[in-house]
Design a binder for this molecule. Structure first.
Ligand code: GDP
Ligand code: IMO
Ligand code: MG
Length: 427
């Protein structure tokens, strides 16, 4: 039976414009699935004057009829998920009948947010700059096999006791290690109320997705974060606590690798990063960087923090494509470079007289940091925002795209030239 499973994943440090691209691909899809991360994600879609930022819900939720799945690999925060559902339903988007949440997904509890902040403070100068959403502590409990699964929210006979056990463990840590006051049990009452409201979404998503595949349906797996934030392959320890990459998609959705026919990598036309950690091509001139951030609107969709900005990093992009097995690229924010007279393009790294055109980000943490080597490419100094076909782009913009395809060894199939839904070129 003909069906298509596609994975869409970020190839940089997150915020590549995944939300906009998933939205563009959702029309032909029967289901969109989040497979890792949680409310650390902020995926933006702009339709006319309306901007929607999704944190837990797959972006397909904006398209009626698309089934939306929160997969087993996700960590979810009941309070903020309920707010997100309410926000969408108030704006006329029907969520209830289309949302399915894996019973194996893990639950972020109020104390996980608290622990996230305490862990950061305890790191002193080497803090990560997390989103403070409790992501790391929740995955820690998952891997220590003491976490709470979404399905357990429905087990009313034992839920209170499970929450009390976890809170008691956390309180021992707070009082003995951090030497602060313990958290109060009334937090448990809040979780019990939220559990009641979320219970109807509980689902065996393995069976749902496998039945959909057998019925010839199309499924899009929507990654959060990006390859350079991957817990195994990213700039550890300045990473998130999950695997955003295509391998993680199979694990986090419960689908085998052999069914994935397309891997769509999303790249920004330059690089950005929120939080701490190495960033070899980061703009060094403070005024230039400040101007660029303002003009590009580089503020975090989840925390509102200013994003660090820099030139396109070719060796890391090539690494991310190879790691994901990317079959096609979506390139976003090309319009942000419209005014530049010249563009610096990092085509390799130099380390001890050796040049590398592909470089693993985990190697950036060592003592011998490589130096980016730049090519200067001509800018196009005209607006690309009205272009709807590749041939309408200025020559220099087309050459820039071709250079990215070359270093990524992958064709660019979608090109975004503005935040709006229609500001898109399909090839
Ligand atoms: P995500 O996390 O990968 O979904 O990306 P975010 O939504 O966090 O950040 C991308 C930002 O860029 C959002 O504000 C989008 O509205 C905006 N955006 C997406 N594509 C384009 C584009 O091609 N041009 C411009 N100027 N903005 C874009
Ligand atoms: P989307 O899906 C950009 C970053 C944080 C921090 C590190 C760890 O919108 O692309 P965490 O809270 O996950 O423990 O923080 O990862 N980070 C993101 N940066 N976009 C994201 O998501 C991010 N999610 C986490 O800033 O550096
Ligand atoms: Mg984002």
């Amino acid at each position: 039976m003909a069906y298509e499973v596609a994975v869409l994943t970020g190839l940089q440090w997150g915020d590549e414009g995944k939300g906009k691209i998933v939205d563009a691909l959702s029309n032909g899809m029967d289901a969109t699935v989040r497979y890792q991360g949680g409310p650390n994600a902020g995926h933006t879609v702009v339709v006319g004057n309306v901007k929607t930022v999704l944190h837990h819900l797959p972006t397909g939720i904006l398209h009626s009829g698309v089934v939306c799945v929160i997969g087993n690999g996700v960590v979810l925060d009941p309070q903020s998920l309920l707010e997100e559902i309410r926000m969408l339903e108030q704006s006329g988007i029907e969520v209830g009948a289309r949302l399915r949440i894996s019973r194996a997904a893990h639950v972020i509890l109020p104390w996980h947010r608290e622990l996230d902040q305490l862990n950061e403070a305890a790191k002193g100068d080497s803090f990560i700059g997390t989103t403070g959403r409790g992501i790391g502590p929740t995955y820690s409990h998952k891997y220590a096999r003491t976490g709470l699964r979404f399905g357990q929210l429905a087990e009313t006979a034992t839920l209170r006791e499970r929450l009390q056990t976890q809170l008691a463990e956390v309180n021992r840590l707070l009082t003995r290690v951090h030497q602060i006051e313990p958290l109060q049990e009334d937090l448990i009452e809040q979780v019990l109320e939220q559990a009641e409201l979320l219970r109807p979404f509980s689902c065996d998503t393995f069976t749902l997705l496998h039945n959909m595949m057998r019925a010839g349906k199309n499924i899009l797996l929507e990654g959060a974060q990006g390859a350079l934030l991957d817990i195994d392959h990213g700039t550890y320890p300045y990473v998130t606590s999950s695997n955003p990459t295509s391998g993680g998609a199979c694990v986090g959705a419960g689908l085998p690798p052999g069914v994935v026919g397309r891997v769509i990598g999303v790249l920004k036309a330059y690089n950005t990063r929120v939080g701490e950690g190495p960033f070899p091509t980061e703009f060094s001139d403070v005024d230039f960087a400040r101007n660029f951030q303002e003009q590009a609107g580089e503020y975090g969709a989840t925390t509102g923090r200013l994003r660090r900005c820099g030139w396109f990093d070719g060796p890391l992009a090539r690494f991310a494509c190879r790691l994901n097995g990317t079959t096609e690229l979506a390139l976003t924010k090309l319009d942000v470079l419209d005014d530049m007279a010249e563009i610096q393009f990092c085509s390799s790294y130099r380390q001890e007289d050796t040049l590398y055109d592909c470089f693993p980000p985990s190697e950036l943490a060592g003592d011998h940091r490589p130096e980016p080597v730049y090519e200067t490419l001509p800018g196009w100094q005209s607006s690309t925002r009205a272009a709807r076909t590749f041939s309408e782009l200025p020559d220099a913009a087309r050459r820039y795209v071709a250079r990215i395809e070359e270093i990524c060894e992958t064709p660019v199939k979608l090109l975004s030239v503005g935040p709006g839904r229609e500001e898109l070129i399909r090839r």
